[in-house]
Design a protein around this ligand. Structure first.
Ligand code: ADP
Ligand code: ADP
Length: 224
């Protein structure tokens, strides 16, 4: 029933515990916000679920597969084909145009340039940034950059989008607009979103919230 789940996840950096028995589950098309204070383990949980960081112990299941039992190469291939990523900043390649950035995940999946750029441009249109196709990341605003990043995350039609503070560097108006566009794009493709945020206004766009404290997670009933 769940698309992606983590059970009893533990991760320690040196002597710093980042996760200490965290639980997580998400279904297809669901939007789950991971909240909690700085340093509580939110990013580490997201990185473990996305197969970027290997937990010290615990299990992660994605679409019937055990991620913790897969090789590094197997997990990289899965990330390229099934997962999209939006981070707080610094994720666009400065040497490439915005369109080349959006098309990049398709190119890494061996889609030919012409088709990759055509599909990239469609996503830029949906995110209302098609006019920036030939610009480079250094020539656009932070809000525009996050829309480009969302287009790039969605271009492979991922089954899960991992968004770590996607609006953290934006003012509240731009942040909410990027969030609306991200949620709308994901809903239209039935992608699940794992959203890390410390802002209640941003978490309010989710279907469900969990709170991480000291590396442990709790499900929160949404206040009516
Ligand atoms: P959050 O996202 O909630 O701010 P993090 O998952 O980034 O929390 O960090 C949890 C704890 O693990 C913090 O104490 C942080 O300093 C530590 N930590 C996270 N990543 C690393 C790392 N790569 N190396 C060392 N310590 C880390
Ligand atoms: P967040 O805004 O999510 O809390 P952080 O500043 O905690 O982000 O972490 C940003 C990145 O740095 C993450 O990828 C995290 O794994 C890494 N990191 C966090 N704390 C440490 C640390 N003490 N040493 C090394 N890397 C860290």
């Amino acid at each position: 029933d769940s698309l992606l789940s983590g059970h009893d996840l533990h991760k320690t950096y040196g002597s710093t515990p980042a996760l200490a028995g965290a639980e997580f589950t998400i279904r297809s098309g669901e939007v789950v916000a991971i909240m909690g204070p700085s340093g509580s383990g939110k990013s580490t949980l997201l990185h473990c679920l996305a197969g970027i960081v290997r937990p010290d112990s615990g299990t992660i299941r994605y679409d019937g597969r055990d991620l913790t039992a897969m090789s590094d190469g197997g997990r990289s291939a899965l990330r390229r084909s099934d997962f999209g990523f939006v981070f707080q900043f610094g994720q666009l390649v400065p040497e490439l145009t915005c369109l080349e950035n959006v098309a990049l995940p398709l190119r890494l999946n061996a889609v030919k340039r012409k088709e990759a750029e055509a599909r990239g441009l469609e996503w830029m249109e949906r995110l209302e940034v098609a006019d920036l196709a030939r610009k480079r990341p250094g020539e656009i605003s932070g809000g525009q950059g996050q829309r480009i990043a969302v287009a790039r995350a969605l271009v492979i039609r991922p089954r899960v989008v991992f968004a770590d503070e996607p609006t953290g560097a934006l003012d509240s108006l731009n942040g909410e607009r990027v969030m609306q566009l991200l949620i709308g794009a994901a809903r239209s493709t039935d992608a699940a979103i794992v959203l890390v945020t410390h802002e209640a206004r941003i978490a309010a766009y989710s279907d469900r919230e969990i709170v991480v404290r000291d590396g442990r997670s709790r499900d929160m009933a949404r206040a009516a």
